[in-house]
Design a protein around this ligand. Structure first.
Ligand code: TYD
Ligand code: MG
Length: 459
C-alpha cells in the first residue's frame, strides 16, 4: 500500500522539520509550522535520487572557464521601456521572473498589458484567479489587440503542460503561482510544498525549452513575497510592484536580477485605460508650482542609473502633546532622527520639542543619502518659516559632524536639474574634484559644512 509521507513546513521561510516545533530555527518566527502531505507514493529519498540520475544520461565534467563558449542570447525587447529597463535590457530566453505586489496594485494589469504588447510572440496567459470573461473585459479596457495571445484558466500543472505542448508559446505568464497545484503533491494550492513544486516544474520547463516564464506572486501582510523564501532563490529575477493604491503612480523595482542591475526602477501611472509608462519621472515627482513654500525642497537622487529629482516636504511645529512626534513617509525614520540630531548639535537649532513630519512626494521610498541635504534644508525652512526658492535643489550627503559629503554621479544629477530648469544647486565641495562644472548652465554652490549651505540660503 502506498504510504503517505508528511512533513512540517515553516509557512514563513519554507524550512522543513520532521516534527512540529513552536519556533522556526531558520527565521525565528513563532507558530509557523504546518503539517503537509509531501507525497503519497512510496518513493523514499534514495529511490527518488536514483530515478533522477538514470534520466540524466551524460554525467557532467568540470570544464575550464576559458573553454566555455556562449553566445549573447537574443533578448526579447518589449514595447514597454520601463520593463526592459528593470529586466536589464529585455526578456532573457529561458528566464524566470517573479513579480510580487500587494493585492489590487495592478500586477495582472501589468502582465496582461505586456502580453498584449508582445506583438510578434505567441503568448500564453494562465490565470487561476480570474475567468476568461474577466480577462477579456480588462483587455478591452486596455484597448490593445493581439491575435496571438491565448488565455487559459487552469490551475493544475499537468494540464498546463499538456496545453503548452500543443500551443508552443514563446512567452508564458502565470497569474498567480499561489493558485497552481501539482498532482504530485497532496497539500493544498498556495502551501509551501505546492508553491515549491509548481515553481520547480515551471523552472524545468523554462530552462529546457528556453521559454521565458513570468510568475505573479502574492505578498504577505509584512510585505514579503508569500511562500517560501526558496522561491526567490529559484527564479532568475524578482520584481516588486509597489506604490500607494490610492495614488496613481506605481513603481516596478528589481530586488534580484541574474541578468542585470538590481537598482533599476520603472515608473508607471495607473489610468482608466491601464498603465502608462512615465518616461520622465522628475516631472511628476516635483509638483508644478510657481510659488515657493516653507518646508519644501527638491533633492537630486539616483535610482539605479537614472537621476530623479524628488520633492521633500516637511513640517516642523511645536509639540502640543508632551512627547514630540517624528513621522516619515517614504524615508527611513532613523535617518531622519540622525539628521535632526546633527542639526541640533552642529547647527544649534532647538528641534527637541518640535513635532517633525517628513514626506517624500509621489509615494516613493528613497534610500539614497544624497537626499540628506535637501531634507536638512526642508526641516530648517519649515522651522524658521522661510521659503526656499522653488528653483533651488540639493544633492549631498550629510555626515554626523555636520559636514557636507560628496555623492556619486554628481554630473548626472546636476544635468537633470539643469534640464528641468533649476537655477541653483547645492552640492559638496568634495564633488568638485575631477568634474568639469563649467559646462553647466546652473549656479553650483559647493559647501563643505552645513553652516555654509544655510548662510547661502537664509543669509
Ligand atoms: P489588478 O491588476 O487586478 O491588481 P492585482 O493583480 O495586483 O491584484 O489591478 C486592479 C486595480 O487596477 C483595480 O483597483 C483597478 C485598477 N485599474 C485601473 O485603474 N485601470 C485599468 O485600466 C485597469 C485594468 C485596472
Ligand atoms: Mg491579479
Amino acid at each position: 500500500m502506498a504510504k503517505i509521507r508528511t512533513s512540517y513546513f515553516c509557512q514563513s521561510c519554507g524550512a522543513q522539520s520532521a516534527k512540529w516545533i513552536g519556533r522556526c530555527p531558520a527565521c525565528n518566527e513563532w507558530n509557523t509550522y504546518v503539517e503537509e502531505v509531501v507525497s503519497r507514493e512510496d518513493v523514499t529519498p534514495t529511490t527518488a535520487w536514483k530515478v533522477g540520475t538514470s534520466s540524466q544520461q551524460v554525467a557532467s565534467k568540470p570544464k575550464a572557464i576559458n573553454d566555455i563558449t556562449y553566445s549573447e542570447q537574443a533578448r526579447i525587447t518589449t514595447q514597454d521601456a520601463e520593463l526592459n529597463r528593470v529586466l536589464g535590457g529585455g526578456i532573457v530566453p529561458g528566464s524566470m521572473v517573479l513579480i510580487g505586489g500587494e493585492p489590487g496594485i495592478g500586477k495582472s494589469t501589468l502582465m496582461l498589458q505586456i502580453a498584449l504588447s508582445l506583438g510578434n510572440q505567441r503568448v500564453l496567459y494562465i490565470s487561476g484567479e480570474e475567468s476568461e470573461q474577466q480577462i477579456k473585459m480588462r483587455a478591452e479596457r486596455l484597448g490593445t489587440k493581439h491575435p496571438n495571445c491565448f488565455i487559459l484558466t487552469e490551475t493544475g500543472t499537468q494540464n498546463i503542460f499538456k496545453q503548452i505542448e500543443q500551443l508552443q508559446p514563446d512567452v508564458l505568464i502565470i497569474d498567480s503561482i499561489q493558485t497552481l497545484h501539482s498532482s504530485f503533491i497532496e497539500s493544498g494550492a498556495g502551501s509551501v510544498a505546492q508553491v515549491r513544486e509548481c515553481t520547480a516544474e515551471l523552472l524545468k520547463f523554462a530552462k529546457e525549452s528556453g521559454t521565458p516564464v513570468f510568475l505573479i506572486g502574492h505578498i504577505t501582510k509584512e510585505g514579503n513575497l508569500a511562500g517560501p523564501k526558496i522561491l526567490e532563490h529559484m527564479v532568475d529575477t524578482v520584481l516588486q510592484f509597489e506604490g500607494d493604491r490610492h495614488m496613481t503612480y506605481r513603481i516596478l523595482r528589481t530586488t534580484k536580477n541574474r541578468f542585470g542591475s538590481t537598482s533599476e526602477l520603472g515608473i508607471y501611472e495607473m489610468l482608466g485605460t491601464g498603465l502608462r509608462e512615465v518616461s520622465n519621472p522628475s516631472e511628476i515627482l516635483i509638483s508644478q508650482r510657481e510659488e515657493s513654500f516653507s518646508g519644501i525642497t527638491i533633492g537630486g537622487t539616483m535610482e539605479g542609473n537614472r537621476p530623479l529629482l524628488i520633492e521633500v516636504q516637511s513640517l516642523v511645529t511645536p509639540a502640543t502633546y508632551g512627547t514630540p512626534q517624528r513621522s516619515t513617509t517614504g524615508f527611513d525614520a532613523k535617518r531622519l532622527n540622525m539628521l535632526l540630531a546633527v542639526l541640533e548639535k552642529r547647527g544649534g537649532f532647538k528641534l527637541g520639542m518640535q513635532d517633525v513630519f517628513l514626506n517624500i512626494a509621489g509615494g516613493l521610498k528613497v534610500e539614497d543619502p544624497a537626499l540628506d541635504l535637501a531634507i536638512c534644508a526642508a526641516l530648517l525652512s519649515s522651522f524658521e518659516d522661510v521659503a526656499i526658492p522653488h528653483t533651488t535643489c540639493f544633492a549631498a550627503e550629510v555626515g554626523l559632524g555636520g559636514e557636507v559629503r560628496a555623492v556619486h554621479r554628481i554630473e548626472q544629477r546636476i544635468s537633470e536639474a539643469e534640464k528641468l530648469g533649476f537655477q541653483d544647486i547645492f552640492i559638496s565641495k568634495y564633488n568638485k574634484k575631477g568634474v568639469d562644472l563649467s559646462r553647466f548652465n546652473i549656479r553650483i554652490h559647493a559647501a563643505s559644512r552645513l553652516e555654509e549651505v544655510f548662510s547661502g540660503l537664509f543669509g
